[in-house]
Design a protein around this ligand. Structure first.
Ligand SMILES: [Zn+2]
Ligand SMILES: [Zn+2]
Length: 364
């Protein structure tokens, strides 16, 4: 049957290609891979993206790797293995004679998303610039490299605003500051249960000094936007406040009552939980670390490992004024929740899922 000759699946090597609703796209009924020809792949990618009229996937391919053992449906010549993008090591088969492309089933989503994937990898792989060096040198704060969020981070912004507002009001007068600390800070001597429950929430918005506020808000600002985008506004807010409550309970559990009552303020516990979530979901992101004058992009797990060691050291040498147990308790909770919610978050965010694959090549 001569027609069958053109029905040959490049992967299965049997006449198993079926026509689809598109005249230039065929799918294999056995392996469910897809064959594209006559510009159908570029058309499909463009249709997948709002605002993209034309796309030429060949322009964005990574290096040609080797000759494939698969044959082009039409030309019957071996195809060539190309890396999908310069920094994404998925390999696809392209025909050297025509524009035919064969995609295995698991590659289809990656190829359809490749314009976003390329932009994301470009953002993630930026080198540290003199600006980021100067910023960290002057502020001792890290610079973050992550994908741009799609959603406006309203919750993150509101949390930052409220913390700044509470601090601003406290700065007006000593009485105001005193009132805020006594009523909104978490006090282990608080008698009324309802007031204590309120304090479990309100202490997260009170800060003990400008540096405490600025440090916390900076971290909330840089990592909160991506987490809020990944989770959705409501879930992000619920998780943030819940982590703050749990971090306070961890501190209450471990504090030494003979040292007097515990007064706890600050968003550090809630933000430490965000660190845990960030580490579990954004393995492709980087935070810069600086040793005197040498700045280096680090993967989140390295960055937060160093951060945890500093906290453990602080806890065992019992330096006063910092809620080490709240930090570590919040971080532990974040890791646990990050682990439990990981599949859900990656399913909801296909781009993040693809960047979590080993195929994503991150330069640090
Ligand atoms: Zn097949
Ligand atoms: Zn061909």
């Amino acid at each position: 049957m001569p027609r069958n000759r053109y029905r040959q699946c490049p992967a299965c090597n049997t006449a198993s290609l079926d026509s689809s609703s598109h005249p230039s796209i065929f799918d294999c009924r056995l392996c469910h891979g897809l064959w594209f020809e006559d510009g159908a792949l570029n058309q499909a990618i463009a249709e997948h993206h709002d605002g993209v009229d034309q796309y030429d996937h060949e322009q964005h391919l990574g290096p040609a790797l080797r000759t494939s053992d698969r044959l082009c449906r039409r030309c019957r010549v071996p195809m060539t293995h190309y890396q999908l993008l310069a920094h994404y090591t998925t390999e696809i088969d392209c025909c050297p004679g025509c524009d035919g492309v064969w995609l295995d089933k698991h590659e289809v989503d990656q190829v359809m998303q490749s314009p976003q994937l390329k932009q994301a990898l470009k953002d993630l792989n930026q080198k540290v610039s003199w600006k980021s060096w100067l910023f960290q040198f002057l502020t001792a704060m890290p610079v973050e490299y992550n994908v741009k969020p799609h959603r406006t981070p309203w919750v993150t912004r509101t949390l930052v605003f409220l913390c700044a507002l509470v601090f601003g009001v406290g700065a007006l007068s000593a009485e105001a500051n005193e009132w805020i600390f006594v009523n909104l800070g978490l006090n282990s001597d608080t008698q009324s249960p309802s007031h204590f429950v309120l304090q479990l929430l309100s202490y997260q918005f009170v800060h003990g000094g400008l540096m405490h506020l600025v440090g916390n808000m900076y971290f909330l600002w840089i990592i909160g936007d991506n987490l809020e985008d990944a989770l959705g506004h409501g879930a992000f807010l619920a998780l943030y406040l819940f982590a703050g409550i749990m971090a306070a309970l961890a501190e209450l559990l471990l504090f030494d009552a003979s040292q007097g009552p515990l007064l706890l303020v600050g968003a550090s516990g809630s933000i430490a939980a965000l660190f845990g979530l960030y580490l579990m979901w954004f393995r492709h992101a980087s935070l810069t670390f600086m040793i005197i004058v040498y700045q280096k992009k680090l993967a989140p797990h390295w960055y937060f490992l160093i951060w945890s060691l500093i906290n453990l050291f602080g806890m065992f040498t019992a330096q006063g004024g910092v809620a080490w147990a709240a930090h570590l308790g919040g971080f532990g909770l974040g890791l646990l929740l990050g682990y439990l919610l990981r599949d859900y978050v990656l399913r909801k965010n296909p781009l993040i899922a693809m960047l979590n694959q080993p195929e994503a090549a991150i330069n640090r």
